[in-house]
Design a protein around this ligand. Structure first.
Ligand SMILES: C[S@@+](CC[C@H](N)C(=O)[O-])C[C@H]1O[C@@H](n2cnc3c(N)ncnc32)[C@H](O)[C@@H]1O
Length: 298
């Protein structure tokens, strides 16, 4: 959704931009090309491999780019360290990148066998291996139920707990096979039967939902008048957070008695989320569930 992303910022004069999910720098490149007035482009990513790739891809803009290795939920500290008081634009293209999915040694994919890892930040002390093998049955069940919204969470949790009694579960393939064995009517699903369990573990390991909510709230307090914030999310749990935090920010303040007093400094620009065009979903299957929302300080 690069064109739609650029369209949203087309009428903005941008001096300082914070990209919380730099990845390989695809959106960064597009925005830097379209907005030569940008003075500081902060590219944040918790994955050092992604940052290395982005640094190379953004070499032509090396005098404008600042790279931050860390979680976007630390954005206030990052911006303060740079002596910046306000930001013209924020962008979060959340979740795992295709690059991360495709590296089997990162353990995100059930299609390729790799270690049970799933950490976007390799210095994170908790990987999927700890969650799968060391969480109590209750904690594991809640993770699969709440973050995967997996209807067979009870059966799957039991199967994992039984399997790990015999030997620790080490690989993505072992886990996918256990999930497969626990789910009835495997052939009827339109997605791979392990998809929701892998989604749940990834969200849990990387604390994805907490970080997203925290980052959006911090960004609201740093956004300049006229500035915009955009978020692309890939599943309903993330999108719900974006929708609710944006909506709450745009609500007028209320008195103790609940009466509206004044107006909010924020406006939700996208009443309905922007979704990818058919052309994009044909060439990029992962884009199918993407939703992009924008908010503006007025
Ligand atoms: C979908 S990719 C972004 C792709 C990027 N927009 C591009 O055009 O190349 C998501 C990236 O965000 C990073 N990421 C996800 N959650 C993060 C977080 N909480 N803090 C920092 N980086 C995060 C991932 O490591 C990954 O590299």
């Amino acid at each position: 959704m690069r064109d739609e992303f650029l369209e949203q910022f087309a009428d903005c004069h941008i001096k300082v931009f914070f990209d919380g999910t730099l990845g390989a720098g695809g959106h960064a490149r597009a925005l830097l090309e379209a907005h030569p007035e940008i003075e500081t482009y902060i590219g944040c990513d918790q994955d050092p491999t992604a940052l290395e790739i982005a640094k190379k891809n953004l070499e032509p803009w090396q005098d404008k780019t600042v790279f931050y290795r860390g979680n976007f939920s630390e954005l206030s500290e990052c911006v303060a360290e740079l002596g910046i008081k306000a930001v013209d634009g924020f962008f979060f293209d959340v979740g795992v990148s295709s690059m991360q999915f495709d590296q089997e040694e990162r353990g995100f994919s059930f299609k390729k066998s790799g270690p049970l890892d799933m950490r976007m930040d390799p210095s994170n002390p908790i990987s999927a291996k700890e969650v799968v093998n060391e969480y109590s049955e209750q904690e594991l069940g809640e993770c699969i139920r709440d973050y995967g919204e997996e209807p067979f969470w009870r059966r799957i949790t039991k199967a994992i707990v039984e399997a790990r009694k015999k030997k620790p579960i080490e690989t993505t393939k072992e886990l996918a096979d256990i999930v497969l064995s626990a789910i009835p009517n495997k052939g009827k699903k339109s997605i791979h039967p392990a998809t929701l369990v892998f989604q749940a573990l990834r969200i849990c390991v990387n604390r994805e939902l907490e970080s997203l909510e925290e980052a959006i709230k911090q960004a609201l307090s740093l956004l300049k008048v006229g500035g915009k914030m955009g978020v692309i999310s890939f599943h309903s749990l993330e999108d719900r957070i974006v929708k609710n935090v944006f909506r709450a920010a745009a609500e007028p303040p209320r008195s103790d008695r609940g009466r509206k007093i004044g107006s909010s400094p924020f406006k939700v620009v996208t009443k309905k989320p922007i979704t990818p065009r058919l052309r994009e979903t044909r060439t990029n299957r992962r884009a199918r569930s993407a939703k992009m929302r924008f908010l503006q300080r007025i």
